[in-house]
Design a protein around this ligand. Structure first.
Ligand code: PLP
Length: 440
């Protein structure tokens, strides 16, 4: 593999100059390429492969649906896996009597959530509310609406003229910013007042930060305070659990760590374990019914919405999560992973912070321990470490921009929720080797 070569085939990817190995198959938490090389999937891709590779029960559930009816349009039919999945999902979400709308990706469910927030406000008689407040150093997707509420300057920059303006507040980031939940709520309130509460529809945020801030966990009072401000000003709280949903952080939903419920919940990535592109946006029955009474229909669509095969895959994934107690396993293995990362890496001069919850951990790499100064983005430190781990058969995730939107390197670890203790040791050992070689 030449990590810097422009590939020969007719495919192009996001990272243009990076030759990739050809995958052969996956099993459990391991992947094997055509050359026979074995990789431990220590991040489940980008936190997608929650129940492991090669799960025959998911394949069979999908196959059954594919054989009976591979595709039906959601305007014309419903399907048994879809109805069953929605009712089983309702039992595990942290919302009362929810209703779900299904789409194919995180960006799509975020787009739908923005439109849903707008329509809930319209149905409540709040016609003027259309602004959605986001946070700096956040990520909600690549489509223009989702990118608009995201806070990653390099991703947004080429498209600024094409997006509607969105206010952003500071994210909770204890390593570099010690503000309390009360201070964060005061900032949110100030922004709501500045734009006018009668114009603000919603606030969107990741309950525990994903790649942008590398698993930064908000302080204990953050979410209760944010919930309170949203309630006070009639602003809907959209929890983006695209990455943190379905047990990734050791609870079904990351917001549960704060005992807070959202008004609108979105999830995607691990929803169908990576076996099918599938995600959902959920809201209360009351809000959806109000849209029906006042506006008629939900003004949104999608050829592949409510996909029966996706629902079959998601239903089988949910069954595995429940039957194998994988949310509990994520909590237990996560505590172990955090402790082992700390003891193997915590003392290294270029490791600034090790943070996370459940099976979602971020290791922030810094240039200087005293000042917490990051490496310049041009050195691509996270990518270089990622590459060294990959060459040694460990897949982790990397991200840049945590410190100030552009600079700041994070390596993230988030194995499938089926991970076992000896595999945690393997992850930590290879990652430590990769970091040590980077800075030797
Ligand atoms: C929190 C969050 N929201 C939304 C998205 C967008 O999801 P997708 O890449 O499936 O469009 C992501 C993807 O990384 C994410 O982490």
């Amino acid at each position: 593999m030449d990590a810097y070569a422009f590939p020969n085939g007719n495919v192009f990817y996001r990272k243009l100059a990076h030759d990739r190995p050809m995958i052969a198959y996956g099993e459990g938490i391991y992947l094997y390429d055509r050359q026979g090389k074995k990789y431990l999937d220590g991040s489940g891709g980008p936190f997608v492969v929650n129940v492991g590779h090669g799960r025959q029960e998911i394949v069979e559930a999908m196959q059954q649906q594919l054989v009976s009816a591979a595709y039906v349009h959601a305007i014309m039919f419903t399907s048994e896996p879809l109805e069953r999945y929605a009712s089983e999902l309702a039992e595990v979400v942290n919302m009362r009597d929810p209703r779900f709308y299904f789409l194919s990706s995180g960006s799509e469910v975020v787009e739908a959530a923005l439109k849903l927030a707008r329509q809930i406000q319209m149905a409540r008689g709040e016609e003027g509310r259309h602004i959605v407040i986001g946070r700096h150093q956040s990520y909600h997707g690549m489509t223009l609406g989702a990118l608009g509420v995201s806070g990653r300057p390099p991703l947004r920059k080429p498209y600024l003229d094409m997006m509607c303006e969105t206010p952003h507040v500071q994210p909770p980031y204890p390593f570099r910013n010690e503000s309390t939940g009360e201070q964060a709520a005061a900032e949110l309130e100030r922004v709501i007042q500045e734009y006018g509460p009668e114009r603000v529809a919603a606030f969107i945020a990741e309950p525990i930060s994903g790649a942008s801030l590398g698993a930064a966990v908000p302080p204990a009072d953050y979410w209760p305070w944010i919930r309170q401000v949203c309630d006070q000003f009639g602003v809907l709280l959209i929890a983006d659990e695209v990455l943190t949903g379905f047990g990734r952080t050791g609870k079904w939903w990351a917001l549960e760590h704060w005992d807070v419920s959202p008004d609108i919940l979105v999830s995607a990535k691990g929803t169908a374990g990576g076996y099918f592109p599938f995600g959902f946006v959920g809201a209360s029955r009351d809000d959806v019914q109000q849209i029906h009474s006042v506006l008629g229909d939900f003004n949104h669509g999608g050829t592949f919405s409510h996909h029966a095969v996706g629902a079959a895959a998601a239903l089988a994934t949910l069954k595995i999560l429940k039957e194998e107690n994988l949310v509990d396993n994520a909590a237990r293995m996560g505590t172990l992973l955090g402790a082992k990362l700390q003891s193997a890496l915590g003392h290294l001069p270029n490791v600034g912070d090790i943070r996370g919850r459940g099976l979602l951990w971020g290791i922030e790499i810094i240039r200087d321990r005293e000042t917490k100064a990051p490496f310049p983005a041009s050195q691509h430190i996270a990518w270089e470490i990622w590459l060294k781990a990959f060459e040694r058969g460990l897949i982790v995730y990397y991200s840049q921009g945590c410190a100030d939107g552009v600079n700041g390197d994070v390596i993230m670890v988030g194995p499938p929720l089926i991970v076992e203790e000896n595999q945690i040791d393997e992850i930590v050992e290879i990652l430590a080797a990769a970091i040590n070689i980077q800075f030797k």
